[in-house]
Design a protein around this ligand. Structure first.
Ligand code: GTP
Length: 569
């Protein structure tokens, strides 16, 4: 069949603007357009935590449907997704959905699309995916407006891996887009990234379920099974080529780069092994989560996990709880900071000039570095105008720098800010939602690193450092963060027979302090008289409580207190 009639496309949309419903409708209708067209709908992850995966899926496409809700209009995620589409140089077909809604205002959304994306309003297709209204025009536009793939069937094979899943029985199933050549069952292919060779056991198309075929040709999108044992062998962005015809890999490969790290511990250490196996099973299907064993004196044996972003972390945690019934303690997330080392001797010692710090305990002292760096993101907020003032204050409090502000229609504003990633990893989204009554939307894209005045902050109990509470903070935030930790500790530390000083310190400088007053009453005072069994019971209960305590200097800290301070709210 001629590849002029192939269209590989994807649907991008803000959450709930209806990717799935539209995809189902298109599928219902495909029977009506005749068999000479091959339309491949490529699924994208949707959220920009996965922007690298989205960008790889998009590079397998020639066009996208940009779906916008006729009532809500353009949202932050629409903008972030459009940006990726634009970078991939794809044609975007704007689709305004949910025109059946009572408050739908497709004219207003058309104007927003023209203003923000510079797409003429007469190119917008207005539909109701729910009622099936005007879906034929979408199919027609895909055929007319999306160009055929630019491919070379005569060249040696080059197949882009843009997704992979793990199947218990069949092993790794990779989704591939063929840029050049042909691949057949029985071919020996090489992964450009790992340099491992595999024999192809099965190839086929997604129809939308897997349908085996004899061959896959350049221009087609399909799947391939080749005896890969786990998804780390089939990384998104990798190129497969024929063993007998080595070629240059396709451009743009990057290994998954975790940006948010958190400690994960079983609530009860007896559940360590079952949690370990649950984490292993989940990562079988998601090679972008990094897992390192870690242990904390207070929380026991656990792991330090790296995620692509906040949503990714949340989804992983939810799946552990829902699919594996695991109860875990997840510590406050941190971001990967960097330090540029100041001398040749140090560079030799660390074996690199710029070191990445994911664990506060490894934070190099200021005397060893020329500068510290922190990751930053370009955030987009779209909000009804009435909340703009409050949102600007929130962004300022998070050390963000305003880059742009435009009205996208009469009463909606789009704000762009450069945020330190660390400032949005905890509760930024919730604060934004609550101060805008749920109307503001937020999304972000990676924007590299910037210089930052970072310091290491210690928490002391009667002068002794609590190792698990060492934190890296920005100089300007040290006081407020230190104060908050001291207050939380104060609320969760039981009184003891002596006074406890809780202090936050940078080096030898104390920046915050709280005091827990001494506990005067003797527990045994309750046992007036001679009821010895009661006395024994009380002493036993105290001893059991102590097992869960950790002693720092002379202060006993229950596990609960650590959890309250370390846990994500
Ligand atoms: P995610 O999978 O969360 O990204 O959602 P999605 O973008 O795939 O959206 P989905 O297709 O699940 O639709 C979201 C909601 O909008 C559902 O409750 C749909 O029933 C509803 N919906 C979809 N299309 C229409 C429409 O044309 N009109 C109306 N009124 N509702 C619609």
């Amino acid at each position: 069949f001629p590849f002029e009639n192939i269209s590989n496309f994807s649907i991008v949309a803000h959450v709930d603007h209806s990717k799935s419903t539209l995809a189902d409708r298109l599928l219902e209708l495909t029977g009506t357009i005749g068999s000479q067209y091959f339309l491949h709908l490529i699924d994208t992850p949707g959220h920009v935590d996965f922007s690298y995966e989205v960008s790889r899926s998009l590079s397998a496409c020639q066009g996208v449907l940009l779906v916008v809700d006729a009532n809500e209009g353009i949202q932050a995620q629409t903008v972030a997704n459009f940006f990726l589409t634009f970078e991939a140089q794809l044609s975007a077909i704007p689709v305004i959905n949910k025109i059946d809604l009572k408050n739908a205002d497709p004219k207003r959304v058309e104007k927003q699309i023209e203003k923000v994306f510079d797409i003429p309003s007469d190119e917008c297709i207005k539909i109701s995916a729910k009622l099936g209204t005007n879906i034929e025009s979408v199919l027609q536009a895909i055929i007319e407006r999306i160009p055929p793939p630019k491919v070379h069937r005569k060249n040696p094979l080059r197949a882009l891996v843009f997704d992979s899943t793990f199947d218990q029985y069949r092993g790794v199933i990779t989704n591939v887009a063929l840029f050049d050549g042909v691949v057949s069952k029985g071919d020996r292919v090489v992964s450009a990234h790992t340099q491992k060779t595999y024999e192809v056991n099965e190839v086929g198309v997604l129809n939308p379920n897997e349908l085996p075929t004899h061959k896959l040709y350049a221009g087609q999108v399909g799947y391939l099974i080749a005896g890969m044992k786990d998804v780390t062998e089939a990384q998104v962005g990798d190129t497969l080529y024929l063993h007998k015809q080595p070629v240059e890999p396709l451009p743009g490969f990057k290994s998954a780069k975790p940006m948010v790290f958190a400690g994960m511990y079983p609530v009860d250490q007896s559940e360590y092994n079952s949690l370990k196996s649950a984490i292993e099973k989940l990562t079988l299907n998601d090679s972008s989560v990094t897992v390192h064993r870690d242990s904390s004196l207070a929380l026991g044996a656990g792991w330090r996990l790296g995620f692509l972003g906040l949503l990714h972390m949340e989804v992983f945690n939810q799946r552990l709880e829902q699919e594996y019934n695991a109860s875990v303690i997840l510590t406050t997330p941190t971001v990967p900071y960097k330090a540029v080392l100041s001398s040749a001797k140090l560079i030799k010692e660390y074996r690199e000039k710029e070191i990445t710090i994911i664990n506060p305990a490894q934070f190099p002292d200021k005397s060893k570095v020329t500068e510290y760096l922190e990751p930053v993101v370009l955030g987009t907020v779209i909000t009804p105008d009435e909340y703009t003032g409050k949102i600007m204050m929130l962004c300022q409090a998070r050390r963000a720098i305003q880059k742009n502000m435009v009205f996208i229609d009469q009463n909606r504003v789009m704000l762009k800010y450069l945020f330190p990633l660390n400032e949005i990893v905890v509760d930024f989204y919730d604060s934004l939602k609550s101060l805008s009554s749920g109307y503001a939307s937020f999304d972000y894209e990676d924007a590299g690193y910037q210089t930052a005045e970072l310091v290491k902050m210690d928490i002391l109990l009667n002068g002794n450092i609590v190792e698990e509470l060492v934190t890296i903070v920005h100089k300007d935030k040290a006081h407020s963060v230190g104060k908050a930790i001291c207050e939380r500790l104060k609320d969760s530390l039981p009184r003891q027979l002596f006074e406890i000083a809780i202090q936050a310190a940078i080096g030898s400088k104390i920046i915050a302090r709280e005091t827990v007053k001494a506990y005067r009453k003797n527990v045994l005072a309750k046992c007036y008289g001679g009821d010895i069994t009661r006395k024994m019971k009380l002493l036993k209960r105290q001893a059991e409580g102590k097992k869960k305590m950790r002693k720092i200097g002379n202060v006993e800290v229950p596990k609960d207190a650590f959890i309250k301070v370390l846990k994500t709210q």
